[in-house]
Structures are given as C-alpha cells and as structure tokens.
Design a protein around this ligand. Structure first.
Ligand code: ARG
Length: 458
C-alpha cells in the first residue's frame, strides 16, 4: 500500500515523470506509415512461412490498413502511456481485431522495428532531398545560361580579384549542390538494407524469411549482422552529415545574397516574394529568407553534433539513448527542405543588375593580372618582374584616383619601356574574361561547356 504521508500525491509522481522521459510518441508518430508498412510486410512473411495462420494475417493486415486511415484522417488518439508509435499501433490493433493482434510481434522486437521504420523514413527523406537539390541545380543552370556573358568581379578575401562571369559563379554553386546530390545518392545505397528480423539483437529461432521482407519493403537485401542492425544509426548520422554540408553550401550562398543585395553592392534585387520590409524604415528591403537559410545551418550542424554525441561510446546493442535520434533528424530534415526550397525561389526570382556588376568588375584594378600576363607574353618579362611592374602601375593609378585603363601610354611606358598601346586591349573586363579559356575557366564558352555537361547529368 502507498505511503500514508505522501503516497496520495507521490505514488503516481515518479510514474508520471517516467512516462514523460520515456515516451517518444510525441515525435515518433511521424513514423506511422512506415510502421504500418513494416508490420504488413512482417505479418505477410510470417503467414507465408507458416508461422502465423492466414486468417490471423488477413485480420492483422486489414486492421493495420484501418489504423492507417484513422491516423491519416486525424481520428486516432495517440496515448503517451503507450510510449511510442509501435505500441500505439499494436494496442489499437488489439482493440480492432482482438487476440490475433498479439501474433504480429512474433519474431520481432521494437528494436528491429524502430530501426526499420526510421530507415524507411530517412530513405524517403533522402529521395525528397535529391529532388529538391535537382530543382535548385536547375534554377542555377537557367541563371548561368542567361548570364554566361555577364561580367562581375570575382573575389578572394572578399576583395576584388579578377573579373569572372555571373554564369561562372552560378556554376560554382551547381558543382557544390551536385556533390551534395551525389552524397545523397550514396547514402541511399548505404542504407538500402532491411533491419527487420534482427529481432531484439540475436536473431530468432522462428523460420522467418528476411529476404522476403527486404524485397517487399523495397530494400536491396537484408542486413547481415543482427547485433549491428539494432545498434546502427549510421544512416541517421549520414543524413545529418550530408544535411550539414549542404546547409553549409546554402549558408555561403545566403551570405552572398545578403551582401549582393545591399545598396553598396547592388548586384541583385531580391523579389518582393523573398524579402521583407521594415516596420520603421520605409526604404528597407531585407533579405530575411537568405538570413534564415544562413541561420538554419547552425541548427542543422547542431543536430549532427547532438546525435554524434548521443551515439558516442554506446555499448552494443540497443540502448534507449538511441530514441534521441529522431528529433534531430526530423528537425534537420525540415530545416533543410525549407532552406533548399527558399533558395531555389530566391535564385529563380532575383534580378541580376548587370550594369552594377559590370561597373564593379572594372574597378578595384581587377585586370591587373591581365596587364602582368601581357608583359610576360608580349614583352618577354619573367612573371615576377611583370608582377612588380604592374604593382607600380596600380600604385600610380591609385595615387591619381583612376583605373588602370585611364593611365596614359606615356605613364605606363615610364614604368616599363616595353609597354605599347596594345596593352589597353587586355585591360577591359570583357577581354579579361574572354581570355580565360583554360578548362573550367570563366571564358563564356568554357562556362557554356560546363552548363552543357550538367544538363546531361540530370
Ligand atoms: N521508442 C523506442 C525508440 O525510439 C523504440 C524502441 C524501444 N525498444 C526498447 N527496447 N525499449 O528507440
């Protein structure tokens, strides 16, 4: 009997806390469709193998289908007392079909069940991510094609470096998101093994057919080691790692969009659809979406570190710690989906201010390297000497407050006598960009070649 002094209040106290810390239904109800799909495949296999009767299987499958309908139509009452999605579904099945429900959990544990459900969910999410990245890549390919000839300053250290084209810059992002997409495809291959049938950790004595369930659930093959199967969350970690790298790419793009859309740079104008105003300053147009994409990266990185830290040092096989895997993945997936979609919209919609880009491309002595290269090519100077001569020309222009092309021939010849009037031909941004014909370079034809290659990849 309960304690006379505080039993009335306290007897259920620890239970309530236990229930609260233990329950995962609040978030793992997201796995209902995967759970039901897995249970149908499992029950079908059990009947096929003669482990349960056909009538039981039929009742189980029909009951599970009814439950799926209930959940999808919002007529299912999830109970925290029943801890997780697996037990919520099974308890409801018992109410609907009676004792046959108890046969479903033969040769199965929640350990292999949750590994299955979560893998199926992550696989679908990876497939969605692959599609989303493809849309983002397509948006960039279109902008790159449109702006293969648009000159802009290229930067290192965010200081003007050499003229490039906006198309070339766009294609740099295509490469990054293309690598992300490859990582997604590899991750789908890595996780394409079915955990169901590993049971608690040791396998089972029932004559199950794991190849049958693997095939029914769309996996390439069953996992090989039952202990690893229920201990492994690499598929979740890999998803988060891929998400973190992709988000890092998105954040760099977000940062550039923030910078480019300032009045000082003015390289782009964001569409109204992807910006906000200020409640006090009427002139403002803020790149909130880009800023939030930049911030989501912090969140996604946090999820990766959180799950790595949860998994670190866990003894084999299943430990309840692993229940902490789902929220990180769900949150990161939602953030990544949103971030990619928002970026795709921004890239599609933004106005490219070609005049501003061109003006900036021609300032900051961006063609100084072209001048030095000319001295090497036409006057036979060693590059190091040419670099020094050009440096003096830049210093002179800077002291006069003009561009390199605005120096007179006489002024340039005073710095080095080998200079002729032909040098002015290489000082324009168009000439500079057109000259960069090396494989992968910024010359418009090279960029068009990159675009054509990528068009064939999708
Ligand atoms: N809710 C649990 C999870 O998400 C399911 C597995 C529970 N297994 C166990 N042995 N308690 O990981």
């Amino acid at each position: 009997s309960s304690n006379q002094m505080w039993g009335g209040r306290f007897a259920s106290g620890p239970d309530a806390i236990m229930e609260e810390i233990n329950a995962s239904i609040g978030f793992d109800k997201k796995l209902f469709a995967q759970d039901i799909r897995g249970s149908i495949a499992h029950a079908t296999m059990l009947a096929h193998q003669g482990i349960i009767a056909e009538e039981d299987k039929t009742k189980i499958v029909e009951g599970l289908q009814a439950i799926q309908q209930e959940i999808e139509s919002g007529n299912f009452e999830f109970s925290r007392r029943l801890e997780d999605i697996h037990m919520n579904v099974e308890a409801r099945l018992a109410t609907l079909i009676g004792p046959s429900a108890g046969r479903l959990h033969t040769a199965r544990s929640r350990n292999d069940q949750v590994a299955l459900d979560f893998r199926l969910w992550v696989k679908e999410e990876l497939e969605k991510t692959e599609k989303a990245l493809t849309a983002l890549i397509a948006a960039f390919l279109d902008r790159a094609e449109e702006h293969a000839d648009t000159v802009m300053p290229g930067f290192t250290h965010l200081q003007t470096a050499q003229p490039v084209t906006f198309g070339h810059h766009c294609m740099a992002y295509v490469e990054m998101f293309g690598r992300d997409r490859q990582r997604v495809r590899h991750a789908i291959e890595h996780l394409d093994e079915s955990p169901i049938g590993a049971a608690a950790l040791a396998g089972t004595g029932f004559p199950i057919d794991r190849h049958m369930t693997a095939k029914a659930l769309g996996f390439r093959e069953p996992t090989r080691n039952s202990i690893d199967t229920v201990s492994d969350r690499d598929f979740a970690l890999e998803f988060l790692a891929i998400a973190a790298i992709a988000a890092t790419h998105l954040s760099r793009l977000a940062e550039e969009i923030v910078i480019w859309s300032t009045p000082q740079f003015g390289f782009i104008r964001l569409s109204d659809a992807f910006s906000t105003g200020s409640s006090i300053m009427p002139q403002k147009k803020n790149p909130d979406a880009a800023e939030l994409v930049r911030a989501k990266t912090g969140r996604i990185n946090g999820s990766l570190i959180a799950l790595l830290t949860v998994m670190k040092g866990l003894p084999l096989a299943y430990s309840k710690d692993m229940q902490e895997d789902k929220e990180q993945v769900f949150d990161a997936a939602e953030s990544l989906e949103l971030a990619i979609a928002a970026m795709t919209g921004m890239v599609r919609d933004m106005t490219i201010r070609t005049d501003r880009m061109k003006a900036a491309a021609g300032s900051g002595y961006s063609t100084a390297t072209d001048l030095a290269d000319w001295l090497v090519r036409e006057a036979g100077l060693p590059f190091r000497d040419a670099h020094h001569v050009t440096g003096r020309a830049v210093a002179l222009a800077e002291s006069k407050g003009c561009e390199l092309a605005q120096l007179s021939l006489e002024e340039l010849q005073a710095i080095h006598p080998a200079v002729t009037a032909k040098i002015f031909d290489v000082l324009t941004v168009e000439a500079s960009v057109a000259s960069r014909v090396s494989y992968g370079g910024t010359a418009p034809d090279q960029v068009r070649r990159q675009i054509a290659w990528w068009r064939q990849q999708t």
